[in-house]
Design a protein around this ligand. Structure first.
Ligand code: T4K
Length: 416
């Protein structure tokens, strides 16, 4: 029998009270305007722009198209430096905008682009840097800006995970020339499918608005090549119904994240990636790094074990983009940190659908997997495999618990 009767997911979409949402959807249907620039999309754009303290929020039908339209609006050429440790959509959006992605390494501590690696990846063909605020943790924007300035490059961001997060006190959305968000069902804030470009740049915003609607500029004359990337009114209503509850959602996520850290702290070789204390964060992801050498269990074995218990953890972001068949032939710099993180990182289930007791159970599963692996360490000799039994003892000094790091228990772990 698995530990959980029904599966526990990483990206379970959050939908607040159903009644007000159904009423809102009813209003949309009654109004007869269900797409093409209706009032709900306009209201959503206004409120989301205010929340992120930017002049423009241009909503799109998904995050990938938000990225692609943003890159096209920036009128780039040649190469764009991006991380490989990200969802494949980052690289695809660059390619679909007619540009060449060049993968640079990330900082192993922050999981975000390392400015020095970016600098090494820049060539005379480079026109931009596209940083990714992975897990909603902001990039080193100051460091990347300095590289961009030195080489005359544009700086843009994939902020797919960054809704409601800040960098140095300023909300994401207003950094670099523009930032693209995902409002996909699996995200902190969602419109089922959706996304947006946020920016303070009037020209870039106008270009994205035109591109998402066939190049129309407020009349039937198409002034540029455009397509259809509009968000519809029902999806906008789904988004509107969530906006007032986002602080509570972040608090729910934060409690789960803190509990995971608390439960797993001190186990040598396991590290729950933290969020910066000084910033606003949505705590939407619980990324766990698994050091196979120190724990005796590889990420993929741990994943298989959890899946068997109905814990649907996700090996984000593996394979990294440069290992995807479609990008294997591209030029890359050294990607050591990327390779290592892609082989050891696991996103754990969280969010309102996961109770605090669920979190405790998942942690118990992880703890017991590690302690069993440690008592049966496998030693590889060439192609033959020997089992080294330690009779249930914790075998090495490495396996002992580290002194507890100070994980502040800022919340009571009441079960909600
Ligand atoms: N840039 C970055 C850095 C991104 O992470 C993404 C998307 C983008 C750009 C592009 O944005 P979009 O064009 O997608 O707006 C998922 C999402 O589909 C994707 O949006 C997301 N990143 C990526 C990190 O995760 P998969 O292939 O892992 O999705 P899937 O279907 O396996 O779902 C993940 C988990 O969520 C599953 O365990 C089940 C659960 N789930 C999912 C859905 C859709 C549910 O419980 N209910 C649901 O309705 O890509």
């Amino acid at each position: 029998m698995p530990a959980f009767d029904s599966p526990l997911f990483v990206g379970r979409p959050w939908l607040p009270d159903r009644e007000p949402l159904l009423a809102l959807i009813g209003d949309v249907l009654d109004s007869g305007q269900i797409s093409n620039g209706g009032p709900r999309v306009a209201e959503l754009e206004r409120r989301v722009a205010a929340l992120h303290e930017v002049r423009h929020c241009v909503a799109t039908c998904n995050g990938t198209l938000a990225l692609e339209l943003m890159l096209r609006a920036a009128q780039l050429t040649g190469e764009v430096v991006i991380p490989s440790f990200t969802f494949i959509a980052t690289a695809h959006a660059v390619s679909r905008a007619g540009l060449t992605p060049v993968f640079a390494d990330v900082n192993p501590l922050t999981h975000n682009l390392d400015p020095e690696a970016v600098e090494r990846a820049v060539t005379p063909r480079t026109s931009a840097i596209l940083g990714v605020h992975l897990w909603g943790r902001p990039c080193d924007i100051v460091g990347l800006s300095a590289v961009a300035e030195r080489h005359g490059l544009q700086l843009l961001f994939d902020a797919a995970h960054g809704f409601g997060c800040s960098y140095r006190g300023r909300m994401l959305g207003g950094h670099g020339r523009a930032e693209a968000f995902s409002f996909h069902a699996t995200k902190f804030f969602h419109t089922i499918e959706g996304g947006a470009v946020m920016t303070d740049d009037d020209d870039l915003a106008e270009s994205v608005r035109r591109q998402r609607n066939f190049g129309f500029a407020g009349s039937l004359d198409s002034v540029m090549v455009g397509g259809n990337a509009k968000l519809n009114e029902i999806c906008a209503a789904v988004g509107l119904s969530q906006l007032d509850g986002l602080d509570e959602l972040a608090a729910i996520n934060r409690r789960r994240h803190a509990l995971y850290r608390h439960e797993l702290q001190g186990i040598s070789g396991l590290h729950v990636v933290d969020y910066p204390n000084e910033e606003r964060s949505n705590y939407h992801f619980v990324p766990l790094e698994v050091d196979a050498e120190a724990t005796g269990v590889g990420r993929d074995d741990l994943l298989a074990h959890l899946l068997g218990e109905n814990v649907i953890a996700r090996p984000y972001f593996s394979p990294p983009c440069h290992r995807a068949s479609v990008y294997r032939d591209l030029r890359t710099g050294g990607l050591e940190a990327t390779e290592q993180l892609a082989s050891r990182t696991l996103a754990l289930p969280t969010g309102p659908a996961v109770s605090l007791q669920d979190v405790r159970t998942v942690c118990e599963l992880i703890r017991s997997a590690v302690s069993r692996a440690r008592s049966t360490r496998r030693v590889h000799h060439g192609s033959s495999r020997q089992i080294e039994s330690t009779n249930g003892r914790i075998p090495t000094a490495r396996a002992r618990r580290e002194p507890r790091r100070d994980v502040p228990l800022v919340e009571h772990f009441e079960d909600r």
